[in-house]
Ligand binder design. Structure first.
Ligand code: ADP
Length: 348
């Protein structure tokens, strides 16, 4: 993003701050599948919350219920103080951005973005002003006349975003909005999306299976499994203080050691690779042989095998020599970085 682009933004007042959202005890079945199982989530006004979980855990169904595209079997949906469970999708003050963009290929950029405003019957001048404003916000100030079919995936996603915000909804829903983009573009768009969300102050719910996206974008993350909530918290909460074994395994990387006390989890970045020592290894140490060393960006990954455990260590590239394959080493970590869970049945 350049300052030149930023200066082209219209100086009009930011959109209103959205009201909050509340999903209360939602249940949704498809035949024998319990897609959403008594789910309750509150999103504060202007807050950015991500629903994160593996494929099939009920994220999209929850989002579709919130949007009004699906009816819950039980439970209710509230926008601000209003129960909107029975209100149809087009009457809810909510806009959704889908992974597929869902743009109209036969309309140019401006007409795509103007679509929700035309639906509402706004006047031509008002539409032109609002479209220009929305396109400036997504850094496409000169794209109004372009054919959407001539645009890159990233540009099309911005047009879809502009269409979602042009009507200044109080709630913005994002269903895997960036997953069709390649990695570097996705990361750049994450930063832009976050800035845009903050600038608009719009209450936002993101659905994603990409933990990096959830951790980097959201104020709070709702981690789901089998239609239920496993944990709600900030990125630090779910990463450093996982509430369940599922969360500990799902977010980030873990080494798992089956011990008499239970399942010991320690993250690779907390494992130190040291010289072998004569005294017996204590509880937070494992002696082994280096089986692999690889470069992974700002850190290196060292794979250590011992008779009972295989360990991954992520060591900073701080100039110290790395161990070599075949070296005998001692891996150690601090007790403070250990998460202990009961060993699940069938995994001992
Ligand atoms: P996620 O978004 O986390 O991948 P979904 O909400 O799409 O999960 O799906 C949750 C469960 O409900 C899955 O088992 C899925 O197969 C099922 N499901 C979702 N939509 C339908 C549908 N329209 N008909 C039948 N089953 C569905």
């Amino acid at each position: 993003m350049t300052s030149a682009v930023a200066q082209e933004r219209p100086a009009s007042a930011p959109a209103k701050r959205g009201g909050g959202v509340r999903l209360a005890n939602l249940v949704k079945r498809y035949g024998d599948t319990l897609a959403v199982d008594d789910l309750s989530v509150e999103v504060g006004a202007g807050e950015f919350v991500a629903l994160l979980g593996p494929s099939g855990c009920g994220k999209s169904t929850s989002l579709r219920i919130l949007a009004g595209l699906e009816q819950p079997d039980q439970g209710s949906v509230h926008l601000g103080d209003t129960d909107v469970t029975a209100v149809p999708a087009h009457r809810r003050d909510i806009h959704t951005v889908f992974q597929s963009y869902a743009l109209f290929p036969h309309l140019n950029v401006a007409d795509n973005v103007a679509f929700p405003l035309r639906q509402k019957g706004l006047g031509r001048d008002e539409i032109r002003t609002r479209v220009a404003e929305a396109l400036a916000l997504v850094h496409l100030p000169h794209a109004a006349g372009q054919a959407v079919t001539s645009m890159s995936g990233g540009q099309q996603q911005r047009v879809a975003l502009a269409r979602a915000i042009v009507d200044r909804p109080s709630v913005l829903l994002l269903d895997e909005p960036l997953s069709a983009l390649d990695r570097s573009l996705r990361q750049a768009m994450q930063v832009e999306l976050r800035l845009l969300q903050q600038e608009l102050g719009v209450t936002t719910v993101l659905v994603t299976h990409d933990q990096e996206e959830a951790l980097s974008l959201a104020d709070r993350i709702v981690i789901m499994s089998h239609g239920k909530i496993e944990q709600v918290g900030t990125a630090e909460d779910v990463y450093d203080r996982p509430a369940s074994l599922f969360v500990a395994r799902f977010v980030g990387e873990q080494n798992e050691l089956v011990t008499d006390a239970g399942l010991v989890l320690v993250r690779p970045e907390h494992v130190r690779v040291e010289e072998p020592a004569d005294e017996a290894a204590g509880p937070n140490a494992v002696d082994g042989i280096v089986r692999g060393v690889s470069l992974a960006g700002i850190s290196s990954v060292v794979l250590v095998h011992s008779p009972h455990h295989n360990l991954l260590a992520r060591v900073p590239r701080d100039g110290r020599p790395l161990p070599r394959v075949g070296d005998a080493v001692r891996c150690t970590w601090d007790q403070a970085n250990v998460r202990l869970f009961p060993t699940p049945e069938g995994e001992s």
